[in-house]
Design a protein around this ligand. Sequence first.
Ligand code: AVJ
Length: 319
Amino acid sequence: MDDESPGEIVAAATADEEVREILRRLDSQPASIAPKYFYDRLGSALFAAICETPEYYPTRTEAVILPVAAAAIRDRLGRGLTLVDLGAGDCRKSDGIMPVLDCARYVAIDISIAFVRDAVAAIEPRHPQVVMTALGRDLSRDWTLDEEEAPGQRLLFYPGSSIGNFTPELAVAFLRRARANAGADGKLLIGVDLVKDRAILEAAYDDRLGVTAAFNRNVLNHLNRIVGTDFDPMRWRHVALFNEALSRIEMHLEACTEHWVAWPGGRRHFDGGERIHTENSYKYTPAGFAEKLERAGWRVSDRWFDENRWFAMFLADAA
Ligand code: AVJ
């Protein structure tokens, strides 16, 4: 998956295929890079920093809702759940709710296994009664969770509006897969960013310190390492805009001046102002998102909002 994690068990057959897919998208018109490539070690750290910026409201807003939802879930389902953190990152959210949930197990899943393994090791001493494991998974592909990997009643936890990275169609496919991996008595607690004023949305993805810009540009460093491109991040400008028709924030990297980018076996030209599309972050209405859950076979049992209705958390049943 990455040269940062030697010794990881990576399906060797996908490595070549993955490189070809990255280069195919880079050579397309318009060029694009899948957002999962943001999350090398530095990218994961930069994302954690984005969550600390004053403009990036989703994390702070969700943090207000989360303890309320966790307490309601504990009261309803009891203690002893297996908390399955999908895209755990720094594990901070689970670290916060575990004392409230009083779960028996914690399974942290992330594309960046090196990062999540360290994160689990860091929070483990605070929760001596919880059995913890870290797993590397690419959740944008087909994924499974074996019985031994996550025994007990599963509470799948997908916070932060990560679901927003999928197109609405792929979001339903992801939710279906989550349901297939939830078990008969499984639950899903999922955070969703809601449609709101353009200025608030665009500021959240273009903070004044330039942390999001650094996060966006860092994807080029990551590609340089994993596919051997010769990107110079400083030749690319960060662009974030709200596409209202498609209800999504788009992030792009825009070439400051025309130049060539080369890789082993190929190269392409970028005009000045030409863009590479690096991320979509879809924003939903509460009703629109409930409909997606139901289409994927989940039954919505609860919803929580912040006072501004900027963000929502849904609890759903697989049954
Ligand atoms: C991790 C996908 C939820 O879309 O808000 C934050 C990623 N990108 N700032 C989001 C992100 C730029 C984030 N998600």
